[in-house]
Design a binder for this molecule. Sequence first.
Ligand code: UGA
Length: 449
Amino acid sequence: MRLSVVGCGYVGLVTGACLAEAGHEVICTDIDEQRIAHLQAGGVPIYEHHLDKILESARSAGKISYTLNAGEAIRGGDAIFICVGTPPKENGEADLTAIDHVARQIATEARTAKLVIEKSTVPARTGLELRRALTAYSRNSGLAFRVVSNPEFLREGTAVSDFLHPDRIVVGVEDEASARDMREIYRPILERSFRCPVHNGTCPPGNAVSLLITTINSAELIKHASNSFLALKISYANVIADLCEKIGADVEEVTHAMGLDPRIGEQFLRAGLGFGGFCFPKDLQAFVHLAGTVGVDFDILKAAERVNKQRIERFFEKVRRALWVVKDKRVAVLGLAFKANTDDIRFSPALEVVKELLRQGAQVQATDPEAISRAQALFPAASYHEDPYDALRDAEAALVCTEWDIFRNLDWERAGQLMARRLVVDGRNLYSPSRMRALGFEYHSFGRE
Ligand code: UGA
């Protein structure tokens, strides 16, 4: 099929690239002139595992193209994926200005009826507004647009693999024809009949993927309900960690045993600095706001949010206790991205740590495998080092903020020799406390004192 993708951010690019890989013809557009020029020249504006490879193979096969001209992109596809940003407003509500803008563009630029697919994360009932805008602004042409909600469940860092090998595909529709079209778009992925770039050409064995057909309101709700539940799980694990510290238990032992119960599951129970990124914090707020607008008080989510905000304070209590005075101390910060395997620093707990250290007058020596240039632009007062051992040189403390493998596998004997003082405050519970202490480190982590 011929597909259009509006918005070339994480979601749009991964969606466009994967659907091209699955055999469709894809045309992508964005309002960012530089981004489109970069893509047209064969560049990849974000770091996402496998994305460069599949964008290149789609480009050389003539399956993907980019244009700054939204009208051209809109007319070029039978179905249009809306993948624009829905950032948070001051009050937590999702800002849907970009969605509204694209809806009006589609209504006025299209010459034939299109399937309009809402891929961006939006609050429930946005589909209804989208349909209203499409109808209102296409009054002259009288085109009958169909609206679909198709939320994404991609994790940054594994987004390509998540797209091509999903646990479920959720499709909210108003009519049978839209469900049929969506099944056709996802057929190669449902049947695993594409050359899998993630696994050297062959899809790994696995269960059949289900495509769940729901109403549009349900599909929209599924997305917010899923993200919020995962965030809730993390905050729960973090409170358990606080309890473990007071009681003298080990949070890793507790959450491991909890996770063996299939009703609970082992994922998203990692205690530490808490959740960040451009999804969980904003989705949680938007969901609480949405619930409030219909008179439902989502108290447990508000508590999850509060617990998450307190993680940085809890971390700093540990830093202050260990370092005593922070001012003028040399502090190595290991990790800037909001999680491993991404260059994304949006709402990163690591940046809160850098900000607070600088505020307290520390000399920050930061390192990250992918996120240095982005962080440098925000906090030029810190020094940045590609090599983690350079960041650790002469440091009086090392603060672990992101769970990159390169930090997990650091040679702490070597690091200890470089550091001015053997002190590690680990915000991601990466190391064994007994091993670190055996190496002569004062070591603090979450839920394992
Ligand atoms: C999240 C969801 O996992 C995706 O399913 C969803 O599609 C995406 O949001 C989205 O809405 O676009 P992502 O934000 O990429 O994906 O990151 P996650 O891997 O979910 O991690 C979120 C945050 O939680 C990170 O800061 C991570 O360090 C933290 N986390 C995760 C914990 O603190 N503990 C855990 O046990 C797991």
